[in-house]
Design a protein around this ligand. Sequence first.
Ligand SMILES: Cc1cc2nc3c(=O)[nH]c(=O)nc-3n(C[C@H](O)[C@H](O)[C@H](O)COP(=O)(O)OP(=O)(O)OC[C@H]3O[C@@H](n4cnc5c(N)ncnc54)[C@H](O)[C@@H]3O)c2cc1C
Length: 409
Amino acid sequence: MSNIPRLAEVYWFVGHLVGGVGDVDRIVLVGASLASVHAIDTLRSNDYAGEIVLVGAESQVPYDRPPLSKEALRTGHHVSPLRGPEWYADRGVRLELGRAARGLRPATRTVVLEDGHELSYDGLVIATGSRVRRLRHGDEHICYLRTADDAAALRERLRAATRVAVIGGGFLGLEVAATATELGVHTTVIEVAPVPMARVLGDEVGEWFRRLHERHGVAMLCGRLATGVDRVGEEYVVSVPGREPIRADLVVGALGAVPVVDWLAGSGVAVSDGVVCDFTLRTTVPDVVAAGDVARWYNPLFDEDMRVEQWTNAAEQGRHAALTLLGAEDAYAPVPYFWSDQFDAKMRFVGRATAADEIDIENSTDRRLVATFARHGHQIGALCVNAPTELPRHRAAIAARSNLSSRPA
Ligand SMILES: Cc1cc2nc3c(=O)[nH]c(=O)nc-3n(C[C@H](O)[C@H](O)[C@H](O)COP(=O)(O)OP(=O)(O)OC[C@H]3O[C@@H](n4cnc5c(N)ncnc54)[C@H](O)[C@@H]3O)c2cc1C
């Protein structure tokens, strides 16, 4: 790590000699995240020679989160970094880890760190991701899952547990339920909607996932609201109005996530369920872009403002945001893609589902499911479970309905 300052100085010096790309001398990325890693890679591979500073609240370099609810929870194997320390050194990236940003002052182009230190920037990438939504009553009794530390703590608790209650039947809750069941822990999922994932994927698809989990022994308690958790002796009691409470020796909260925007209060960066961006990923403040879970942007392909919490988007958006900082004007108009693994079901999704007015189940067996989602007669999404070869044609159909010029930035 000793060569980091030296390389950073070299990049800075060369940047000054050649004027830098777009005359940007220092780019600061807030959030040691997946999006930031891809932004850094793009900056350097596009000949950006100025300084790069990566600020992160966690004390480690960015790592992959999807394994945290799957292999890492099942096997306990440590989560590996997305890139090793030498990768940052080679690119002259100054790492400011274990130091959260607590403010942004666009007038002076500074980021204020939690210890009061001020860091100036010429270009800024906001990539602070999202954090878990918490249950109000009994929060201190609930395990949540977002970070590598959370996963290590949850694994230890799971190994000692015999009954786990998972509050929330979204993707994360169902992945945790599947992993816990595979570890031999009796699992109950409590979900307020009539079926899991109904809000995102509709009732029929949700019903398929409910049956999948029940076949593997998960108790699915749907259409019920968990209102709080209390500790009674050695066990935890989850209150579920209208029925007997659920007793467990471990309670996991999987209530969704919220974008991390509190540190931007008073900065002038517009926020509305995420950092508001135009179709190039510029925020409402000059020379500041956003990427990843935290960004809400206008996707012209779908003619929709969207914010997605998906791995592929964070990576692609990080790349795009970096190019925008360097002066590109292109629209970020992807077909979103995400995956989820639950028991033997490998789920892949392309496009959008939430705004669909028509869902067509093309193929449904116990092992396989293909569903398409349409709005106003146009396909906008497709879900494939254990049907990977179906995906490309659906992606192509969705991408073909390009609407790129429908709304100005
Ligand atoms: C358990 C789990 C399983 C997942 N599984 C899947 C999956 O199967 N498929 C899929 O498509 N997606 C999955 N995802 C989602 C995917 O991992 C995320 O969409 C992706 O990590 C988002 O990346 P990001 O770059 O926005 O931010 P993140 O990777 O979330 O990183 C944000 C970083 O910013 C830091 N930060 C926050 N505030 C500050 C601050 N003020 N100052 C400095 N740093 C700050 C945070 O500490 C964090 O380290 C999963 C997520 C989780 C948590």
